[in-house]
Ligand binder design. Structure first.
Ligand code: ADP
Ligand code: MG
Ligand code: ZN
Length: 483
């Protein structure tokens, strides 16, 4: 019997604030900073130290809540989630439990069957733990990360395939980057996923027992672990067994999920309201102000780009990274002021510029072929000053040196030759030099017309106006055929 998978994701995202969630310590790159240099009595859990909520973190969380179409709750409450772990010096994590900052939202994901709405159950604020490094026979604790603001975003179990899972996770990451609240750098662990996975017979509605896979730090791990777990659970049911509710880890090397513990329950954490922090009460006017300053989100951008005539696929690529979208937006503005179609600009970006970026490993927002310079180049091609192939090499040069297209064309004498007499002379010479090919062409080998075109272009150093070559060559052939 066929099964379908049912998946809900919990996503943890570190917020890009200057300071930590409940103290003034700086948020630093936990992969490079010297360990335990950004700590204080609050984030190391010294007795008597008092936490104070970081307003910027609250603002960022509100941005996310609004962008995910949630209700932002007027009052939310911080709670203590009690457990022991060496990277958690307080013996509890401050999190939000019964009353999260935002709830009941949704986002759209792309699927082969069109857009699909995935419900977001809640968005809440909490703090990150420290970092453990396990060595041979001992472990090291770094508390620089302890107390870094962390946002948890929990979906409803609306995902039905690993493709859904990937699309949802990627979309969420894109939105967080657009909002400027998280840089999306998964290699540094600033976004982490947990997948709750169950399977059920297709056509049934009840939710079956799920397992939870912890600490998935890349899209690859998320997708592979979910796929493995789906297949494993189906096998269990097909054998007539029962899936046990448990917490799993993902072993990248073996490609298998491994049991960590039987599922913990909320009551194991002895949640209770944090006595040192009053309920968080939001001023509705502040929430509205944040709403009115919200960045344009990927779905809205995509609509605008489609209206420029981009294909859905190209528009999707263009909005996936906010820097790319910003670059294109700016280039499109220059293009329109010069009466060039934004679609033409998109083609140059997706084919030529992306190639150069990939080869060099540069980021688009740092590249020297700025939107203005790129459009200047496209304009020269559109005006027939240079042909498209010259344009491509001008772009490569601009990409390295940062000069304008005009400067490059002038300095290298690349302007296209449209002078008919020079082109006609090159055609005469090509024909005189290649009597065998000419005979073959006149004898019916039509493809040689292209070959002659190539000869003429080469003789002109690649700079001739291709339309003029074509026209003059056609005229010459007609003349020769007539005898
Ligand atoms: P907990 O808080 O104990 O982790 P929740 O019920 O709050 O459990 O759910 C956590 C996540 O698990 C949510 O993303 C939710 O969508 C998902 N989930 C809940 N039940 C199932 C299920 N049967 N199958 C798959 N995912 C589920
Ligand atoms: Mg959970
Ligand atoms: Zn601190």
């Amino acid at each position: 019997m066929p099964f379908e998978s049912v998946i809900g994701l919990e996503v943890h995202a570190e917020l890009l604030t200057q300071s930590k969630m409940f103290c003034g310590c700086a948020v630093v790159d936990s992969t490079t900073a010297e360990p335990n240099r950004h700590v204080c009595p609050v984030c190391t859990g010294q007795p008597g130290a008092l936490p104070v909520v970081n307003k910027r973190a609250v603002e960022f969380a509100i941005r996310v809540g609004l962008a995910l179409n949630c209700a932002v709750n007027r009052v939310s409450v911080f709670a203590r989630k009690n457990y022991f772990y060496p990277d958690l010096p307080k013996g509890y994590q401050i999190s939000q439990y019964e009353l999260p900052l935002a709830s009941n939202g949704w986002i759209l994901i792309d699927t082969p069957d069109g857009a699909k709405k995935i419900r977001v159950r809640r968005v809440h604020l909490e703090e990150d733990t420290g970092k453990l490094t396990h060595a041979d026979g001992y472990s090291l604790v770094d508390l620089n990360r302890a107390g870094v603001p962390l946002l948890e975003i929990v979906s409803e179990p609306d995902l039905r395939s690993v493709e859904d899972v990937k699309a949802y996770a990627a979309k969420l990451r894109t939105i967080l980057r657009y909002l400027g609240v998280n840089n999306g750098d998964m290699e540094k662990g600033v976004i982490r996923f947990e997948a709750n996975v169950s399977v059920r017979e297709t056509g049934t509605e009840a939710l079956n027992t799920r397992t939870e896979i912890k600490n998935l730090n890349s899209f690859r791990a998320l997708v592979n672990a979910s796929a493995y777990e789906i297949a494993r659970q189906i096998k269990v049911y097909e054998r007539g067994g029962a899936v046990a509710q448990e917490t799993l880890g993902w072993n990248e090397a073996s490609g298998k999920t491994v049991s960590q513990r039987s599922k913990e329950h909320a009551h194991d954490y002895r949640y209770f309201p944090e006595p040192d922090i009053p309920p968080l009460e939001l001023d509705p006017a502040w929430v509205e102000e944040i709403r009115s300053n919200l960045a344009e989100l990927p779905d809205a951008k995509r609509e605008r780009f489609l209206a420029f005539g981009l294909t859905p696929y190209d528009a999707g690529v263009m909005v996936a990274e906010s820097h790319v979208a910003d670059y294109f937006d700016e280039a499109a503005k220059f293009a329109q002021s010069l009466k060039i179609e934004p679609k033409a600009v998109a083609n140059w970006i997706l084919s030529q510029l992306f190639g150069l970026l990939n080869e060099s490993g540069q980021e688009i927002d740092q590249c020297r072929a700025t939107p203005e310079r790129l459009v200047g180049l496209i304009k020269m091609v559109a005006d027939g000053v240079i042909n498209i192939n010259t344009g491509k090499s001008v772009l490569s040069e601009m990409f390295v040196g940062g000069q304008s297209a005009e400067e490059i064309v002038r300095a290298k004498g690349l302007a296209q030759v449209s002078d008919e007499s020079a082109i006609v002379a090159a055609i005469e010479k090509a024909i005189a030099d290649n009597p065998d090919q000419l005979a073959a062409y006149l004898g019916g080998k039509e493809t040689l017309a292209k070959w002659f075109f190539g000869q003429v272009m080469r003789a002109m150093g690649g700079k001739a106006n291709p339309a003029v070559i074509q026209k003059k060559l056609d005229e010459k052939f007609v003349e020769l055929k007539r005898g």
